[in-house]
Design a binder for this molecule. Sequence first.
Ligand code: UD1
Length: 342
Amino acid sequence: MSSTSVRTVLVTGGAGYIGSHTVLELLKAGDNVVVIDNFDNSSPKALEVVHDLAGRECVLVEGDLGDADTVEAIFAEHDIDSVIHFAGLKAVGESVEVPMKYYRTNIGSTMTLLEAMDRHEVRRLVFSSSCTVYGDPETIPINEDTPLQASSPYGRTKLFIEEMLRDVADSNPEWRFSLLRYFNPVGAHESGRLGEDPTGIPNNLMPFIMQVAVGQRAKLSVFGNDYPTRDGTNIRDYIHVVDLAEGHLKALDELETGTGCRAFNLGTGTGSTVLEVVAAAGEAVGKPIPHEIVGRRAGDVIAIWADPEKATRELGWKSTRDLNDMCRDHWRWQEQNPAGFG
Ligand code: UD1
């Protein structure tokens, strides 16, 4: 199939933060999209906004990817060409408390999906992996050959799924997998209408900062300033969610010729400290972000950023949005939607 023909892409978890931005890019590119989502940690309103922004709609199946009958029905009813697989649980702390829930949901549903794909001879999949599969790396920046080692049940589900996909690819050369290892996704669609809507108290830095900025929380706790980095705070590679979404389309295009199971880092290649993010967010918001230094958070890696060269070389993808763009767009979303999708 050439990249100019219309594809039908199944997007699992398509109402989530990265999923919804990716569905929007697919619809804009002219692809047909079928979404399966159980709205466990997402809102149907995200897809309503996507439809509005794209001027066309995807097919929505509300259901659980772990349910074999639901998944079978999707492949029976729709002529799916390829799959982008986002669906899964992603809270690191929760995964430590209830590991079996994470193994059942993330690994079990991926198996259900692969079995249905195999039955229907759909053998191209882009997988939502994470830089968490590198654990606490010895050398930075990180390329895809860095040894893998996850340090939480959540991280291990990503790692085990990667291993599973490698085995499946080895079993039949028709399978083609792209494992996209995201660094730290932040930002929002530039319209300010689509963005991240975490439930409860955000674990992640940018949503927390923005809830402080909008007045929902008094101040940010910065977890440690005694790390061996330029200002003592952790370094991460923050990447704009729209750059990430575009990476999925590039990976899907590339699977038309690329074979086997290959991993790609999706990051900017630039690391920012927590205090640099706080400063950039303050600029975007137009007032300083109240914050205080507290103790280290257990399990945080000191510093990590991507070597994204392989994705540029093999997928033709490169991030184009910098930290100021990420803060500006995330703030626009938060300011216009203080209660998220409500
Ligand atoms: C975490 C997960 C990672 C997951 C990612 C996105 C771990 C070890 N990794 O990454 O697997 O893919 O979220 O969901 O949990 N920070 C503060 N104050 C806060 C929140 C964060 O100082 O209130 C700091 C953290 O210490 C860290 C940085 O901000 O240095 C980024 O934290 P966060 O956004 O949670 O992402 P990661 O921990 O990098």
